[in-house]
Design a protein around this ligand. Sequence first.
Ligand SMILES: [Zn+2]
Length: 264
Amino acid sequence: MEKDIKTKSGLLTSSNKEEVPWILSEVNSILKKRRGSATRTYGRHAIILMSGGMDSSVLAGLLIDKTDFILHPLFIRRGSRAQKWEERGHDYFYKFYSEKYPNRFNHGKKITVEVPPLELKKYRNREQLKKYGHPMRNVVLQSLGVQYAANLSSELNIDIRTVFTATVPDDSFPHSSLLALRTTTLLACIESGDWQWNVSSPLLDNTVLGQPYNKAELIKYAINKKIPLERTRTCIEKGEDPCLRCPECLSRVKAFETAGVPYV
Ligand SMILES: [Zn+2]
C-alpha cells in the first residue's frame, strides 16, 4: 500500500515551500517527454498579467530590458476592494512602457471578471482564507491570460502561447509555486490540445531571466532603472492611501527594509 505523502502538515500543504519535491519533477518530466522541454517558450509574443502592483509593474520592465519578448498586458477588473487604485497604477505603467517601447509593449486589454465571484467570497473560517487564499483564484486569472492569448493570436494572425504572471518567491500560498504554474501549463496544453503553452512567472522560473527575483531585488532593480515604484498599488484595502496594516502592505514595507531603501 502506498504511504501518505508527507509534508509538514500531512496531506494538507499550507505553503508553497512545503510540497514534496518529486511532484514538480514528475510534472516537468511529463512536459519534457511530450514536447522536449518543460520550460521552453514558443515565439516572441507573450501575454503579461498586470495588476497595477509592484511585482507585475517591475516584471514588465525586466522582460523588456533582459529578453526580446513582445508583451501584451492584460488587466482584470476582478472586483477587489482596491480596484480603483490598482487600475490607476496599471494605467500609469501601461502609458509608461507603451510610450517608451511601442514595439515591445502593446495591444493591452482590460476585462471585467469577478475572481472569485462576490457571492463565493464569504468564508466563515477566516484563518483558512489567510493560510490558503481563495482556491483556484490564480489559475482562473491565468486561464483568462490564456484566453486573451488565443483571442489576440487570432486578431493578429500570430501564435501567442506564453502567459507571464508575477508570482514572487516571497509569496507563500500553495498556489504561488513553480509546481502550480507548471501544472497550469500542463492543463492549458492538455485542455487545448496544443503543447506549446507556457504559463509561468519569470520571477520564480529562472529559465526566462537567468535568476529568480524576490521583492527586495525587484525594488533595487526598479530604483536603478528609474521605474517609479510610488505609482504601484499594493494595499488591498479601499482607501487611497496604503493602510500599512494589511499583509500585502506589511510585505511591501519589509521588502523595502530588506532592500535598504526608503519606503514609497
Ligand atoms: Zn494595506
